[in-house]
Structures are given as C-alpha cells and as structure tokens.
Design a protein around this ligand. Structure first.
Ligand code: NAD
Ligand code: LMR
Length: 333
C-alpha cells in the first residue's frame, strides 16, 4: 500500500524463534515497533532442527496477523541461511542451563552456538549489520560471537542490559512517586547477572538528583538487590523467565541504537570496552551510552565514587572470569 511501501524493506534475523521471548518479540517487530511505522520488514528466523515445526506454527500466526509491514518470514536451521542479508540480528536462542550442568558446561554449550553464529554473521549478513545478544550468558555469548565474526567491526555487537535499565527506571519512579518519563540517567554497569551494578549516582527524577529524592539505605538494601535479582524473582513468580519484558527491552535496545538517545540522556548497553572507567579493554560490559544513527558512544567523564567503584569492579571481575573460561576453551578465535 502507499503508506507502507515508501521505504526499502529491512531484513531482521532472529534466533530462538520458537521460544517464549520470540513469541512476543517477532510480533512486535512485524508490527513496526522495531523499525518504525513506515519500514517494511523481512523476518528471517533461526531455530534448531527439532523446533522447526514449532517455529512454523509461529510463522502461521504471523501470517494470521496480516501485518501490513511484514513482507516475508523465512525459517531455517542453518545460521548462514538465516542471517542472509540481515541488517539487524537479534540472538535470542541459547542453551538453557539444565539439571546437573555446571556454569562451565553452560559456557561451553553456548560457546559452540555463538562461535558458529559469529562466523555465519560475518559470512552472510548485510554490511550495515547491528547485533544484539539476548541469550544468556549474554555478555560472554556476545564476546564469543564478536570474536568469531572476522571482518565485522566490534562496534556492531552488543548484549542486552536494557531490561535491567528499564527495571531500574521503573523501581526508581515507583519509589519517587514520579512518572517513568521523568527518570533520566540511570546506568547499568557490568554483567547481565546478579553482580550487575544499577547506578543512581547520576540519575535525575523530574530534574532533581535522584539521591535527593530517595535515601541511600533504600538504594543499598532495596533498589540494588531488587534490580540485580529481578530476573530470578520473575522466574520464581512465573515459573519461567521474563519473556514479554525481555522482548520489549530488546525492541527498546535496537530502536534506541538506530534512532538515538534523547538530548542530555543516555541508555545502558553492554558493548566492547575501550578501557573506559578501568574496565579492561575487550570485555563486553554494560555502560551508560549515548546513541545516534546506529552508533554508540560510552558516556565519558562521570564521577565514580568509592561505592560505585567497588560495585563495578565486582561485576567486571565476573566478566573477566567468564572471558578467561571461554578463552581457555579456545572459543575466542
Ligand atoms: P526459550 O527456551 O523459551 O527459547 C529459546 C529458544 O532458542 C528455543 O526455542 C530453542 O530451541 C532455541 N535455540 C536453542 N539453541 C539455538 C540455536 N543454536 N540456534 C537457534 N535457536 C536456538 O527461552 P526464552 O525464554 O525465549 O529466553 C531466551 C534466552 O534469553 C535465554 O538464554 C534467557 O536466559 C535469555 N534472557 C536474557 C535476558 C536479558 O536481559 N539479557 C532476559 C530474559 C531472558
Ligand atoms: C532476566 O533477567 O529476566 C533473565 O536474564 C533471567 C534468566 O536467567 O533467564
């Protein structure tokens, strides 16, 4: 139609298409929530062979929505085929931890997936590729994919801490009795894990410093642990991990990356460290970032007090351990 045919279609590749996050995510992408209301979308979905039938079922439902922007849905169990021509790749599928599996086993199982997907992205994705890793352990899976995608600039890779960021915004707004839209400059540092550091030091609520609106004991004994453990709390309450909110954060992450952060504000993304704030270069760590037209910059010059320093260092130490483990398995190319 005239209103939807005005722009060139964009190819979006998504992995884990039969899973619970994708059951929300794919429909949001197809509706225009990711790329905007005038950009036609070609979806390419990667699943493992046993889940292809279930992924076909999701594709049938996508058909049944008659989304005006959705031009095609292609499903494959071959990564290079699924990533063909992709400008955006959202790597959601990963190997969940199952009974008896140690953390090292999980890193190794996912390492096999993300080495292969990194190579396949380098082989067949579009030149303007942007990658978001959602599947856990997201930072280290991203590190592996990035290191195996020869020729793709490291700046095109990111892992998701936007859900943590959104959780932090929501908790602060609720405590302050303010609308979420009044909250700015919350930051997530480090790993998408219980060691992450949700930082209110620079946050503002309705133009006032957040730390004048809420008290430090609440920050330390309520806010920080609530955000750090929110993923586990959702699993406990729902019986399975966050799905709609994770899909929403994935949409937010990519949309903000492509369109930009508001003037004076920032978001949180896990990206390759350039050594900023003493985070060892090469680790994929969450930082406050500004974005514009598909590029990002780590916010520079923030004061980091002793409390923040120790929290950042603890999460970064965990990232370094994960990196050393996967490097020891030969997964970093
Ligand atoms: P799920 O188990 O419902 O779905 C995962 C899907 O991925 C399954 O259908 C599975 O077949 C598929 N898959 C497995 N290996 C694959 C591969 N090699 N290629 C393609 N597909 C593959 O899980 P979910 O609830 O959708 O969550 C997906 C991941 O996202 C999990 O690792 C979860 O821990 C993670 N997660 C991350 C965040 C975050 O904030 N970063 C938040 C929520 C969930
Ligand atoms: C979340 O933050 O909700 C998830 O990463 C939790 C999980 O372990 O899947």
């Amino acid at each position: 139609t005239a209103e939807t045919g005005s722009r060139r279609p964009v190819t979006v590749a998504v992995t884990g298409g039969a899973g619970q996050i994708c059951y929300s995510l794919l429909f949001r992408i197809a509706s225009g929530a990711l790329l905007g209301p005038d950009v036609p979308v070609r979806l390419r979905v990667l699943e493992i062979t046993p889940a292809l039938g279930a992924a076909e079922g999701v594709a049938m439902e996508l058909d049944d929505c008659a989304f005006p922007l959705l031009q095609s849905v292609d499903i494959s169990d071959d990564a290079a085929t699924a990533f063909d021509g992709a400008s955006v790749a959202m790597l959601v599928g990963s190997r969940p931890r199952t009974k008896g599996m140690e953390r090292g086993d999980l890193l190794e199982a996912n390492g096999a997936i993300f080495t292969g997907q990194g190579r396949a992205l380098a082989q067949s994705a579009a030149d303007d590729l942007r990658v978001l890793v959602v599947g856990n352990p997201a930072n280290t899976n991203c590190l592996i994919a990035m290191n195996n995608a020869a020729g793709v600039p490291a700046e095109r890779f990111s892992a998701m801490t936007r859900l943590d960021h959104n959780r932090a915004v929501a908790q602060l707004a609720k405590k302050a009795g303010a609308p979420v839209a009044d909250v700015e400059r919350v930051a997530i540092w480090g790993n998408h894990s219980a060691t992450q550091y949700p930082d209110l030091t620079h946050a503002v609520v309705g133009g006032r410093p957040a730390l004048e609106v809420v008290d430090q004991p609440w920050v330390e004994s309520d806010f920080i642990p609530t955000v750090q453990k929110r993923g586990a709390a959702i699993i406990e309450a729902r019986g399975s991990s966050s799905a709609a909110s994770a899909a929403n954060a994935a949409i937010d992450h990519v949309r903000t990356w492509l369109t930009g952060t508001p003037e004076g504000g920032w978001t949180s993304m896990a990206v390759r460290s350039d050594g900023s704030y003493g985070v060892p270069e090469g680790l994929v760590s969450s930082f406050p970032v500004t974005t514009r037209d598909g590029s990002y910059e780590i916010v520079q010059g923030l004061d980091v007090d002793d409390f923040s320093r120790s929290r950042i260092d603890a999460s970064v130490a965990e990232l370094a351990e994960e990196r050393d483990a996967v490097a020891g398995m030969g997964l970093l190319g």
